[in-house]
Design a protein around this ligand. Sequence first.
Ligand code: IPE
Ligand code: IPE
Ligand code: MG
Ligand code: MG
Length: 321
Amino acid sequence: MLHALKIFGFLKKDLQALEQYLEKFVDSKEGILKKGMEGTLLAGGKRIRSALFFISARNQNYDRQYLLPAAAAIEIIHTASLIHDDIIDRSELRRGQKTIHKIYDNDTAKYIGNYLFTHTFFLLNRYNRPCILKEMASAAEFLVKGEFDQLKKHKKRNQDEDYYFQMINEKTSSLFKASCALGGILSDSSQEDIQSLRRFGQLLGTAFQINDDLLDIGINRKKNLGKPIGNDIRQGNVTLPIIYALRDPWFRKSVHRLLGNTDMSEENIGLILDLVGRTDAVETTKKEFAQYLDQAHQLVGKINGKKRRGGLLSVLDYFQS
Ligand code: IPE
Ligand code: IPE
Ligand code: MG
Ligand code: MG
């Protein structure tokens, strides 16, 4: 069963139709391109962004067939960003499978990622509405900028919260934002609703990345679906729990020589994870996460449409559970 259906049972028909759409797209390819897409695009992502898109589109005259190319475009660009992100993060596991750059090499992974990036705009162009392209182009631009900003601060211990929030806003929230906005636009919603949906996506995207950073340090393991633990530390990405832990002089002193090392042993990664757990960083990070979810919750009441509000609330429930 699609993992997404465990979370979004109420979107069963939409998500199954999306899966078929993506399978058909992959089937039309051949060789390494096809194999690479099978091991990424079809390897069972949670489909959270496309689910948000379908929910945001639950306005009047819901037309699944009309929405499918945009839903596919969202998952395709997301997968492209993951393929590139895994090269940068030297990650070996994605969606429970060996990453493309590990199976083949970096160049092959880059081409597959680029192919997917490009195809996104090909699909969206079908709507013949410049605002759709603009929304996604802006998300793509911010996503890449956020990833680049992260790379620039790679292994730099003195990072502040503001920089972190700006970076995750760009690398992660941008696509959440666009997914919600596209749903609003393609269901002919009012400008006010589109704006509220965009803001909802931004808040949820921020909470989502904070949660992902907690998953990486081994918190809430059952929700970590097929990604390595400790990879942010392994690669020198200073995430929110680490920023908070570094405020503790004892932690700072203990890890002084370790953080920022080029070749971190698995033993030292385990040690850092253990030391983070002895500070109040996890609690502080969880509070921050909850605060973003609360803000998103408050916004739901402003959005028109009972089905839409119900759907958004179930997404929040999933994250709060
Ligand atoms: C992973 O996104 C990238 C982040 C922004 C943290 P997801 O956790 O949604 O990945 P999939 O699509 O379910 O694999
Ligand atoms: C999110 O950051 C990556 C993108 C927005 C592309 P991460 O590097 O934390 O994502 P994971 O943990 O590898 O999925
Ligand atoms: Mg990564
Ligand atoms: Mg991560």
